[in-house]
Ligand binder design. Sequence first.
Ligand SMILES: [Fe+2]
Length: 289
Amino acid sequence: MANVIGGIGTTHVPAIGGAIAKGLQNDPYWSPFFSAFDKVHTWLDKARPDVVVVFYNDHGLNFFLDKLPTFAVGAAPEYKHADEGWGLPISQPYPGDPTLSWHIIEALVADEFDITMCQEMLVDHAFTIPMSLLWPGADSRPVKTVPICINTVQHPLPSAARCYKLGQAVGRALGAYKSNDRILIVGTGGLSHQLDGKRAGFINKEFDLMCMDKLVHDPQALTPFSSLDIIEKAGSQGVELLNWIAMRGALTGHVKKIHQNYHIPISNTASALLLLENNAGAVPLRKVG
Ligand SMILES: [Fe+2]
């Protein structure tokens, strides 16, 4: 059976890509953010994932407001990046894993998730920047990928409970996947931030740290939040927390925190990093009713 080895939550703001392109990782402004990934790199060197399943949200590159699925799963042999207008270098394509993608798609539909399946899918900065943070080096492609896109843009958005259940369903699918693959789950975005409107620049450290704490051992505590609740508490773009909640749902074993970083601000955003190890031999967490 495939082994889900852990989960990582990370911020994905475009300015990170600009800092990488300019080599500013040791700049005083950026160092508290980038240096926190050293422990993640050490862990990844030991953990040696074969595949990474990435929960993220598209910002208008592959989907736009006219047609926007709540949940979409990539099933392509590779995933291309494209110009998003940020002035960032365009990443080389990322290898897919169509066999695993179709296994997840079959399992999700059987589990009553009516997802959109994408045999072509552009991936935006919410996918490419975390991959660059985890595996630095412009063209480094050491793992296969399965992108899972959650709508955090066009209302109505899914609830925290729905995203957690999606993650649990993905976790069950991976647990039933006949393979020796070592699979890492990633959730990207957030944490609290709001880019426009009366609360532009809004950050809620207390809420962010509470969420990071609950994500370790009590993720169900976050499932009562509606998407509008999260927007109120974390800002209109802080709702990207939903991707972290889905990531945590996919960790169905005993979870242990390996590393955490929280740094304010990075480009008007509360930047955060959370590395969780998953012992798949443990009793699964209960399903949310
Ligand atoms: Fe975003």
